[in-house]
Design a protein around this ligand. Sequence first.
Ligand SMILES: [Zn+2]
Length: 96
Amino acid sequence: MGENPCFTYWTVECKTKDCGLLVLALIGPCRMGRIPFLEQCEDFELTCKTCSRVHLYTQMDVSWKDLDQAPPRGYKGAPEFLAATQMEPRQGCEGQ
Ligand SMILES: [Zn+2]
């Protein structure tokens, strides 16, 4: 039926008021009803591409969101976040 892509991402809200959402990394294709769990995450600093400010984020700031946008080819996520969580970078776009 629907052709809308659906992917789950780790995200944080930029700490600049009303700035927006920062996408940190791809979790994977949407798994309905499955709630991803962030096992560990050290504090990390991230530069916002929209407001160009650097903010400090903690594990408490990180949440997951389903977005109807597929990751660009070769998408790996924010290096700062991957380092803080010691996650392996994940390739996006399987089945392409
Ligand atoms: Zn911002």
